[in-house]
Write a protein that binds this ligand. Structure first.
Ligand SMILES: *[C@@H]1O[C@H](CO)[C@@H](O)[C@H](O)[C@H]1NC(C)=O
Length: 238
């Protein structure tokens, strides 16, 4: 548009020059309205041209400012406040800010970025982990597979806090990520079982269950791995 206006302005100028060279035309124009309107048109075109140029510059500046602002502005997820007690580590939901968005924004550093410590739908946040309590039953290995395909693994319980949290949140019997390999109980991440919360009578079997109907201090039981029960997935955010 700018170019068009400027060109037509230029053409007008040429016309004006032509007029001077061709007295006949200029006389004709003079005869009709005189030279005054032509000069007015030139001023008008010049004004429009100037106005559009200024608009272009203003819009360019706006675009630059917006692009800079969008890079560092509201699309960055806010830092989730670390609460004094881990139990209150509830995700602070900011509008338009989800773990998925954050992951998309920070593909390389999403795990370490504080703003990304948010769990997907149906997952609970606790400390630096997300937990998913299933509402359907699978065998131990199927459960582990199901958790893996969700990006996590069966829950690895390495602290009293997590043990208490899962006991409190659940109300069923859940597979957790412990299995007996040879004579030793191991976690799915290949670490050995350190603290454990076996029931007084843990029964027999090679796979571990957290029975959240029992007391948190002693509610792990054993069962054959091909039994179907609920399960707890964990997704570590560190
Ligand atoms: C987990 O298992 C359930 C029940 O078999 C199935 O419907 C679901 O698609 C599985 N989820 C994943 C992510 O594999």
């Amino acid at each position: 548009m700018y170019i068009k206006f400027c060109r037509s302005y230029g053409e007008d100028k040429k016309d004006e020059a032509d007029e001077n060279l061709q007295p006949k035309l200029s006389v004709e124009l003079e005869g009709k309205k005189g030279k005054e309107p032509t000069g007015g048109n030139v001023r008008l075109y010049r004004g429009v041209c100037l106005f559009l140029t200024l608009m272009c510059i203003v819009l360019l500046v706006v675009v630059i400012i917006l692009s800079l602002k969008l890079q560092t502005g509201p699309t960055v997820c806010p830092v989730v406040e670390e609460s004094a007690t881990a139990k209150e580590a509830v995700p602070a939901f900011a509008p338009g800010c989800s773990f998925e968005n954050c992951q998309a924004q920070f593909p390389a550093i999403h795990i370490k970025h504080h703003g990304c410590r948010m769990c997907g739908d149906g997952w609970m946040t606790f400390g630096r982990s997300c937990f998913f309590l299933s509402t359907f039953r699978l065998k131990w290995h199927q459960s582990e597979q199901n958790c893996t395909s969700r990006g996590g693994s069966l829950a690895v319980i390495t602290s009293k806090e997590v043990q208490d949290f899962l006991t409190q949140k659940g109300n069923l019997q859940y597979w957790i990520g412990t299995i007996k390999k040879g004579t030793e109980w191991t976690w799915v991440d290949s670490t050995k079982l350190q603290e454990s919360y076996w029931a007084e009578d843990p029964r027999t079997g090679n796979c571990g269950i957290l029975d959240s109907t029992g007391p948190s201090a002693r509610n792990w039981i054993r069962a054959p791995c091909n039994v179907a029960t609920y399960f707890i997935c964990q997704l570590q955010l560190l």
